[in-house]
Design a binder for this molecule. Structure first.
Ligand SMILES: [Zn+2]
Length: 439
């Protein structure tokens, strides 16, 4: 097998310069890496290579920076309940009984959903990571797993010591720094992980150069007990003082931040996974995204779990991120379409510490999305930037036609090639019904 050349009407590399190429070419080698991106007329000779013409637009796969995808087995359950009742009456009793098989099928269905929407990379924080990794391996998606430690009363979870041993062992046996399946670490949050364990997981992350994911400042009052134990310091300040931010930290949500907290995150190079859909659905609040960006914080986009979103559609997160940032600032220039698209691609990859995806550029992995431009959403285009505005504000996810991960095609004509959707749907339906049975 030699390489392949894709010729597209438009190539949108999502690079920092905001390049838009009419009549572009993307060359992919046999290993699934990009070897050339540029105008077709400047493309190098391709020895015995095949050429595939794509009517439409070619861009990098989207990056979902915060997710609990196996929760697709809990999608829509407890709809409309207030947060605490939703968690204690619906979600936690089911999670207490969730099995490896449930996680495998939940992740399989979620993986098919994401790939069909052009989301090629997700950062997962969940349990039963062997099953989660097996599902990702089979679906052909790219994933950064961040197995979490958390204080929760589920018998199968074990003590925090046992959890720490388990997640470190999982990291050390499954992490492939340049592969499709990579592993970081996670502490669920400052309010669910006691300080000695926050310190230990931080030390382990630093030692391994692993990303450390943590939920931070999602709801207004979640940090009050932590703050009270630390003389009223905010949770970001407490984490900074504990040394947690000395690791490469990805903070999910980051809604309730003071100006000083924003500066603290920026100073420590903490990246943020902004989850506007989940924050809106759970009425958590509107994150100060424009302030974070202005302070120099790396902000990616996340769907959060499908139990609180209720889908894994990153196009919707793009639109919500822009709309909510503008509403919060009462300023239509607060977050531009190009900025939002970058958050969903290049900047999201940066937030995950994955510099080899997120941009169509020689040397990076060929995680590609082919978008049909036939949809009414793409008319008119009078200047090239119109395309970006249409992608963010008008294009439905159904415009995604084909998707490749590391050069391997996983979606063709809108259908996932790697997952038997009928089987996955049936297995998730069965799992959800069993988990809903009274204990
Ligand atoms: Zn979350």
């Amino acid at each position: 097998v030699t390489g392949i050349r894709y010729l597209a009407e438009v190539v949108l590399p999502c690079d920092a310069a905001g390049t838009i190429l009419r009549g572009g070419a993307v060359d992919v080698d046999a290993d699934g890496r990009i070897t050339f991106v540029g105008p077709a007329r400047e493309a190098p000779d391709l020895p015995r290579g095949t050429v595939q013409r794509l009517p439409g637009l070619l861009m990098p796969g989207l990056v979902n920076t915060h997710c609990h995808s196996p929760m697709s087995v809990l999608r829509g359950q407890g709809e409309g309940l207030p947060l605490l009742r939703w968690l204690t009456e619906v979600i936690w009793p089911r999670e207490a009984r969730i099995t490896d098989d449930d996680v495998f099928w939940g992740m399989t269905l979620a993986s098919a959903e994401m790939l069909r929407y052009g989301v090629t990379t997700s950062c997962e924080m969940y349990f039963r990571n062997e099953a989660l990794a097996a599902a990702v391996d089979a679906s052909g998606a790219r994933c950064l797993l961040t197995p979490a430690i958390v204080q929760a009363p589920w018998p199968w979870l074990g003590s925090l010591e046992e959890q720490l041993d388990r997640v470190l062992d999982f990291h050390d046996t499954h992490h492939d720094p340049t592969g499709r399946i990579r592993v970081g670490l996670a502490a669920h949050s400052a309010y669910t992980v006691p300080e000695p364990y926050l310190r230990q997981v931080t030390a382990a992350a630093k030692q391994r150069g692993a990303l450390l994911a943590i939920h931070l400042a999602e709801t207004e009052h979640e940090g009050e007990q932590v703050s009270a134990r630390h003389g009223g310091a905010s949770v970001p300040q407490v984490l900074a003082d504990l040394g947690v931010f000395e690791a490469s930290v990805l903070a999910a949500h980051a809604v309730w931040l003071s100006d000083a907290d924003v500066r603290t995150l920026a100073r420590h190079g903490v990246a943020v996974a902004h989850c506007p859909g989940s924050n809106a659905k759970l009425a958590s609040g509107i994150a100060p995204v424009a302030d974070l960006l202005a302070a120099g914080v790396t902000v990616g986009l996340g769907t959060d779990g499908p139990a609180s979103n209720n889908d894994l559609d990153l196009w919707e997160e793009m639109r919500l991120a822009a709309l909510l940032a503008r509403l919060r600032a009462r300023d239509p220039t607060a977050l531009g379409a190009g900025q939002v698209l970058a958050m969903a691609t290049r900047v999201g990859a940066q937030a995950l510490g994955m510099p080899d995806v997120g941009v169509l550029e020689a040397g990076r992995w060929a995680d590609l999305v082919h978008i049909s431009l036939d949809d009414p959403a793409f008319v008119p285009v009078l200047a090239e930037p119109d395309l970006v505005a249409h992608l963010v504000f008008a294009a439905p996810r159904s415009c995604v036609r084909d998707v490749w991960v590391a050069g391997r095609q996983v979606v063709a004509g809108g259908e996932c090639l790697t997952v038997d959707l009928a089987v996955a749907r049936a297995r998730v339906q069965q799992a959800a019904a069993r988990l809903a049975e009274p204990a």
